[in-house]
Design a binder for this molecule. Structure first.
Ligand code: EPS
Length: 396
């Protein structure tokens, strides 16, 4: 079973994680992880913190000479900002810090319920782990998973679909083409006209001391048929992917394929008809599906909780960040007086970064599903099982 745990406070010393169950022999390099860490830090609408941090992964165990060993992989990313928080965040016993104490919960944040749940009077104890700084280490974990998927010809890409109600038009381009253009865009949007409007919207929000959310898409290309299962509820891959995406800070909804639009159409306009034949199949599906092919992908690559060999297409809605420079009404949890919510340094819009985080959590679930289907001790064993399975599909 591939699994991970992570730990670390936003202004603590570092973020850490242990990944267990990664097969032996997978090529893993810090450079590849750092590339994704840098991608997560970019994006128009980020705040001051990103000028401080320059996230870099350090592998502590489980990797030797650029390959996984099959033992637990531990990794960390240091917080540069820690230098400015050493006293406030010190682990040494002592008086509760009087500096940067937070008592006014931000509506929409974990502050309020978290403080009551854990009995904290300083809400900093909540926000430090609830913070989206945690997504840094998840991107590092996902980047390791991506390196396993790459061995099987799979890619996980993302791009921005909408910001603050400004929608983009992807035309007839493939997800990979959209991704390539998005990588050159400040808002990770594959539509230049929409990009300009999105930037305008972000500027408008910033001027008002407000924040903006949006929608991004994550696509897994060339998954084999048969990952996940209908046999038990918690093995359904679509459900696991939705869980992973909903576990990212500020996500409010996930659609697969047509998503909510499917609810508005006749069945004949929703389901992807099945065809069989040599040439057309080769043109549309490559190795993943043998000679079976579809002309549409409304299902988003998942039927009955199992991959059907088409690209997996997920759309995710992110709410606006809850830290507003023009704060909303709140109550001081100590004095019970009405107050404006605390202003913490934050971002105006983090949708471009959220797409990169979405890739990471999806990559991890896909890697877990791959190790379950093809056996997870070594890459060589996995490839042998994968090749044998693919051969039977090709012969069908
Ligand atoms: C965040 C608040 C801000 C963001 C942070 C998420 O942090 P700070 O209060 O230190 O400025 O910059 O995001 C990151 C640090 C990051 O790496 O993405 C929050 O409260 O969620």
């Amino acid at each position: 079973m591939l699994r991970y745990l992570n730990a670390g406070e936003s202004h603590g010393q570092m973020l850490v994680a242990i990944i267990e169950g990664m097969p032996a022999g997978v090529p893993v390099t810090a450079e590849t992880v750092d590339h994704d860490l840098a991608r997560r830090q970019r994006g128009y609408g980020r705040g001051g913190r990103m000028k401080i941090e320059q996230d870099r992964v350090e592998f502590v165990s489980g990797v030797r000479k650029g390959r996984t060993m099959g033992s637990p992989i531990s990794l960390l990313v240091r917080n540069k900002d820690w230098e400015n928080w050493k006293e406030i965040m010190s682990v040494a016993p002592g008086e509760t810090s009087t500096e940067r104490v937070v008592t006014r919960p931000r509506p929409g944040h974990a502050d309020f319920a978290g403080a009551i749940k854990y009995g904290h009077t300083d809400l900093r104890n909540v926000l430090e782990k609830a913070s989206a700084r945690e997504t840094t280490i998840r991107v590092a974990i996902g980047a390791v998973a991506k390196q396993l998927l790459a061995e099987f010809g799979m890619k996980v890409v993302s791009y921005t679909v909408e910001i603050g109600g400004v929608a983009s038009d992807r035309g007839r381009r493939t997800p990979e083409e959209c991704f390539e253009q998005a990588e050159r865009s400040e808002v990770r949007c594959p539509d230049a006209a929409a990009e300009a409007k999105m930037i305008e919207r972000i500027n408008e929000a910033k001027d008002k001391g407000d924040t903006l959310g949006g929608v991004f898409e994550v696509v897994v290309t060339h998954p084999p048929i048969g990952l996940g299962s209908y046999a038990q509820w918690d093995r359904r891959l679509n459900a696991r992917l939705a869980f992973a995406l909903m576990s990212i800070q500020a996500m409010k909804g996930v659609e697969i394929g047509l998503g909510f639009e499917a609810a508005r159409r006749f069945g004949s306009e929703v389901h992807d008809e099945i065809f069989y034949g040599d040439e057309a199949a080769a043109a549309t599906s490559g190795k993943a599906r043998g000679k079976f092919y579809r002309k549409t992908n409304n299902a988003g690559g998942c039927e009955g909780g199992i991959t059907n060999g088409q690209d997996i297409v997920l759309r995710v809605a992110m709410k606006p960040i809850s830290t507003l420079y023009s704060p909303l009404q709140s109550v001081d949890m100590k004095s019970k007086e009405p107050f404006q919510a605390s202003i913490e340094r934050s971002d105006v819009c983090a949708v471009p970064a959220a797409g990169v985080v979405g890739e990471a959590v999806v990559a991890f679930e896909m890697a877990a599903a791959m190790t379950e289907k093809f056996g997870g001790d070594s890459l060589i064993e996995m490839k042998r099982n994968y090749d044998g399975y693919m051969k039977t599909i090709e012969e069908l």
